[in-house]
Design a protein around this ligand. Sequence first.
Ligand SMILES: Nc1nc2c(ncn2[C@@H]2O[C@H](COP(=O)(O)OP(=O)(O)OP(=O)(O)O)[C@@H](O)[C@H]2O)c(=O)[nH]1
Length: 340
Amino acid sequence: MQEALLHSVVKLTKTRDVDSLESSLLSTIHEFIGCQQVSIYKSTCEDDSLEVECCLSLQVTKSKQYHWSQSQKLENPCSELISCLNSACIIAIQSIDGIETKWVPITLADKAIGAIAIKSNGLSSSDQVLLNAFCCIYENYLTILHENERDKLTGLLNRQTFDRKFKQLVEKQVVKHHKTSKSNQNRQLQSETVSWLAMLDIDHFKQVNDNYGHVCGDEVLLILAQTMHNFFRASDLLFRFGGEEFVLVFEPATFEEIDSVLNKFMDRIRNTKFPFVNKLTVSIGVAKVGPYDFPIHVLEKADKALYCAKTQGRDQVCFFDLMEQSEKLDSDDESGIDLF
Ligand SMILES: Nc1nc2c(ncn2[C@@H]2O[C@H](COP(=O)(O)OP(=O)(O)OP(=O)(O)O)[C@@H](O)[C@H]2O)c(=O)[nH]1
C-alpha cells in the first residue's frame, strides 16, 4: 500500500499542466479511497455573480465501468458546494440511502477557487486523512503551476503558456464545430461567432519611462493589467507577452461584439488615472481565430493589424480581416486600371 501510495504521489507531481494534474488526482483518489464518484469544481466571479464549472468528473457505474466527463457549466450549483466555496470549509451531507457527499475546498492565495467532491458510502478516518493529503498535494502543486504560468509583474498569463492555452481553446472550438455543423439551424450562428485574438500595445510607452523612470513605467503596466483583468470576462485569456505588449484571446463572439468591447476598453483606458502620466492610450490589432489555425499565424495577422493601428495614428483598433478586404478591393481596382 505504502509503495503504491508513493508511486501515485510521484505520478501526480510528474505532470506539468493543470489538466493532466487533475485527471491524475481523480484517478489517485478513486484508487485509494473507495468512492462512487469524484469531481473537481472550479469557480469564477463574473460581474459579482458566482459561476461554477465541473471541470472533470470520474464516476464508477454499478457494472464497475469508469465514466469520465469534462467541463460542464453548472446552471444551479447545490447549496453545499456554494457554502464550501464561500466558507472554504469542508462540507458533508448524507442522503437517506446512506450515500455521503463531501466537498473539500481548494484554495489558492487564501481564496477558495474550487472544490473536490467525493460521493461514497461514508469515509473511514484513514480515508479522510488520505483525501485531505491528496487535496493538499494538489493545492500545493496547483500553486506552483499557477505561478509558473504567470508574469511576475502583472500576474497575467505569460508568453510561455500561450501556445498551450491557444491549442486548448482551438480544440474546444473544433469539438463545437463538429457538433454544430451537424445542425443546419446552428450553421448560421457558427459562421457569425468566432474566437478572436487581440494584440495590444501602449502608445509612446518609451516616453513614460524616459520622462518619469522605469518604476513609474512598471506601475503603469500594473494598472493597465489590473484594468484589463477587471474589464474583460474571466473566460477571456489575458497574456503579457513582454514589455508593453499584451495578447488577449476572446471566446466566440461576433465582429460587432468584439469591436464594441474593445472600443469600450479603449475608452476605459483613456479615462483611467495613471501615476504622473496625464493621458495614456493603447493601439490594438485583432485577428480571427479559426478552428484549424496555428497560433503563430494568428499572432502574425494580429501583429500586422497592430502595425496598421500604429501607423494610422495610434489610439485605435484595426482588424486584420478588414485590412485584407480593403487591400483586396484596392488590388481589384488596380487590376481594373491595368486592363484599360
Ligand atoms: N518600465 C518598463 N518598461 C519596459 C518594460 N519592458 C519594456 N519596456 C520599455 O518599453 C519601451 C517600448 O518602447 P518602444 O518599443 O520604442 O515603443 P513605444 O515608445 O511604446 O512607441 P509605440 O509602440 O510606437 O507607440 C522601451 O522604452 C522599453 O525599455 C518593463 O518591464 N518595464
